[in-house]
Write a protein of this length. Structure first.
Lengths: 139, 285
């Protein structure tokens, strides 16, 4: 009986923790969506990852040529908490918001179709949190 | 490493360890995490429909999955994958400003969403806003894509990443199907042929996204068909040249100047067209 109670408590704790993390992601996503103005169309997905300390999340994407994209990257309760860097397939750095005060969003005019990866990391002031990335393209 | 080569042996029907798929996830960097394969972005099907219209392709209702078929889908697999298919169809009819068809497809999407338990994203308020904005294509596209993002978030919150992945997969297959149909009809449409060839990496990402669910028979058949298609994409030649980007910090915009060139032969295009047709038939049937 004691074993059942312990198992149940652990399961309940895990569910509560998981729900809390998802709730955190939701409120961050709501904040992040504000950076997507009406001229941008969402790609229909919400990318999220739970990060600890210096962990990074890697997002793999294809950006079509002759298109303009907006990337919004958010964590915590305010802008500037997520550092993101875009690499091409040869690992050349194409952009990092670290050079621009961790700007929460940036636009990218893509001339030729590009396969790339986006690495996101928490700002050093956060020890853990949900990283949310949104991708939209211009109409 | 390409997905097709990484999945060597997956096409067989055996149950041995050798036949099981190998999930290829970047392991070179130990501090990088991938959660549930959710970190693979698949381009929006709406972008392809925008390109089709730009190249002068005429509206063709025949290439869409009839919204009447929405009553026929009984399994969650079929409902989810066709929610993606209908989303791509809705994007297509909206871009071509076919308002009556758009309402029919929105209802098909709503039905799939209701059946899957994601009705919150396609609720009465959205349906009303859609009808109010029927004459405004740009607003409709924003509404629909935002509703899909909301349902994606809802599914991930509820740990239903499998359903989320299928919706994305259905949309991707449908938009590739549009492209192959139009490329077949108009062989000189180089932009559309190029767009087909550009799906190589997206297909790799899609397979990685679905692979965690390979044990389920419906997924297995679908993933095997996508892997088979990836073999044809593997033959497409891609050249990439890095060119330093330029940034306009004041306007928060960076221009990516790198060059890419893709070479796809007629044989490759024909093989892809044939396989996409079969995959699409199997998911909408």
């Amino acid at each position: 009986m004691k074993k059942i109670i312990i198992t149940f408590t652990i399961a309940l704790f895990a569910i509560t923790l998981s729900n809390s993390a998802f709730a955190q992601c939701d409120s961050i996503a709501t904040m992040c969506v504000k950076h997507m103005t009406a001229q941008f169309i969402s790609d229909g997905q919400q990318y999220r990852a739970l990060l600890l300390d210096q962990e990074s999340a890697e997002f793999n994407a294809t950006f079509y040529g002759n298109s303009t994209y907006r990337l919004a990257a958010c964590s915590g309760k305010s802008d500037g908490n997520l550092v993101f860097t875009i690499f091409d397939k040869e690992k050349n750095v194409l952009f990092t918001n670290k050079d621009y005060q961790n700007a929460p969003y940036w636009d990218f005019k893509v001339t030729n179709t590009l396969d790339c990866s986006i690495e996101a990391q928490l700002n050093s002031t956060l020890s853990s949190g949900c990283a949310v990335l949104l991708i939209s393209f211009k109409q | 490493m390409s997905v097709a080569s990484a999945f060597y042996g997956c096409g067989s029907t055996g149950d041995s360890e050798e036949d099981k798929p190998i999930v290829v996830i970047d392991s070179n960097k130990t501090d990088i995490i991938n959660i549930g394969g959710a970190l693979f972005s698949i381009p929006s099907p709406i972008q392809t429909s925008i390109l089709l219209k730009k190249t002068g392709a005429n509206y063709n209702k025949e290439i869409l999955n009839s919204n009447k078929n929405s009553a026929n889908y009984s399994t969650n697999f079929k409902k989810a994958v066709n929610m993606g298919v209908y989303g791509a169809d809705l994007g297509y009819v909206t871009i071509y400003e076919q308002t009556q068809d758009a309402i029919g497809y929105l209802q098909a999407v709503k039905k799939m969403g209701d059946d899957l338990g994601v009705s919150g994203a396609f609720d009465a308020a959205l349906m009303k806003r859609f009808e109010v904005n029927l004459g405004n294509k740009d607003s409709l596209l924003v509404l629909v894509s935002s509703a899909y993002r909301a349902s994606d978030a809802y599914l991930k919150n509820n740990e239903r990443d499998d359903v989320s992945s299928l919706i994305i997969a259905g949309g991707w297959v449908e938009s590739l199907y549009f492209s192959t149909k139009i490329a077949k009809k108009n062989k000189g449409n180089k932009d559309v042929i190029q767009r087909i060839a550009e799906q190589k990496k997206a297909l790799d990402n899609l397979i990685k996204l679905l692979t965690p669910y390979y044990q389920d028979l419906e997924y297995k058949e679908f993933i095997d068909a996508l892997i088979d298609l990836a073999y044809d994409f593997d033959g497409i030649e891609m050249k990439y040249t890095f060119v330093a980007p330029t940034t306009d910090a004041k306007n928060k915009i960076t221009t990516i100047n790198s060059k890419s060139e893709i070479v796809i032969t007629d044989d490759q295009l024909n093989a892809i067209t044939e396989k996409v047709d079969k995959i699409r038939t199997s998911i909408i049937g």
